[in-house]
Design a protein around this ligand. Structure first.
Ligand SMILES: NC(=O)c1ccc[n+]([C@@H]2O[C@H](COP(=O)([O-])OP(=O)(O)OC[C@H]3O[C@@H](n4cnc5c(N)ncnc54)[C@H](OP(=O)(O)O)[C@@H]3O)[C@@H](O)[C@H]2O)c1
Length: 213
């Protein structure tokens, strides 16, 4: 599959590296490809381009941008380029202004819902926002079994596409419902983030699982 990644931070880079290992084509979008020069030497098969390059051709889009720049990144990617596409929203709407990570919004809307409203003709599926980047495509590496991946989105077919892709790398999927359920998934990510923050980011390899007895 050809996968476009809008976002060239730690998440975008790790995803592209792991996607290529899985046999996919990966295109990372950024405003400044020069800053990925060293990454490119280590990952020669990953294509580095503009946000629009990551949006135009690929079969599946992964969105991994800083929350404050997300709307701008999508506009630079081209709202029309994303029409009809499945967009996996990995963002968390974080506010670091107090020095401590907090959610910038959440009771009456969510990043997932805002992104869906900015991309009215795309199919946004919230997923992967509750896990560290280096585990997003390697859930089988967890001690004690893989965590679950919770997803939310309005379009059933798009959720099937994302579910089968994630199941293919080993995730168990829990579908929470429509995109408004991002209001649950973004605070859930805050548990992951808070444990990481409290440990000065030495503890990031934790995930969540629904257990039954
Ligand atoms: N770190 C994790 O393990 C993890 C786990 C789950 C979810 N997340 C979420 O994933 C997202 C990405 O995180 P990250 O740490 O990889 O990267 P990040 O530093 O949060 O974001 C980097 C990307 O955001 C873009 N960006 C920033 N400001 C922009 C603006 N004004 N206009 C357009 N684009 C802008 C950058 O574009 P340029 O490349 O052009 O500079 C870059 O591609 C975040 O929402 C984060 O909360 C992270």
């Amino acid at each position: 599959m050809k996968i476009g990644i809008i976002g060239a931070g730690g998440v975008g880079q790790q995803l592209a590296t792991d996607l290529v290992k899985l046999g996919h084509e990966a295109v990372i979008g950024t405003r400044d490809s020069s800053k990925l020069a060293e990454y490119k030497t280590k990952n020669p098969t990953v294509v580095i381009g503009s946000f629009a390059d990551a949006a135009k051709q690929p079969d599946l889009i992964m969105l991994a941008t800083n929350w404050g720049g997300t709307q701008n990144a999508l506009e630079l990617a081209g709202i029309e380029n994303l029409a009809g596409k499945v967009v996996v929203d990995i963002t968390n709407p974080l506010d670091f202004s107090t020095g401590k990570p907090a959610l910038a919004l959440g009771f009456t809307t969510s990043a997932g819902e805002l992104i869906q409203s900015w991309l009215p003709n795309a199919h946004v599926v919230k997923a992967l926002n509750i896990i560290t980047a280096n585990a997003m495509l390697t859930p089988k590496t967890y001690i004690g079994g893989e965590p679950d991946m919770f997803i939310a989105g309005n379009d059933t077919t798009a959720k099937k596409t994302v579910s089968s892709f994630l199941e293919g790398v080993g995730w168990g999927i829990v579908d929470l419902g429509d995109i408004t359920q991002s209001r649950l998934l973004e605070p859930l990510a805050m548990i992951w983030i808070t444990v990481g923050f409290q440990s000065n980011w030495t503890k990031v390899n934790h995930g969540f699982k629904l257990l039954n007895k």
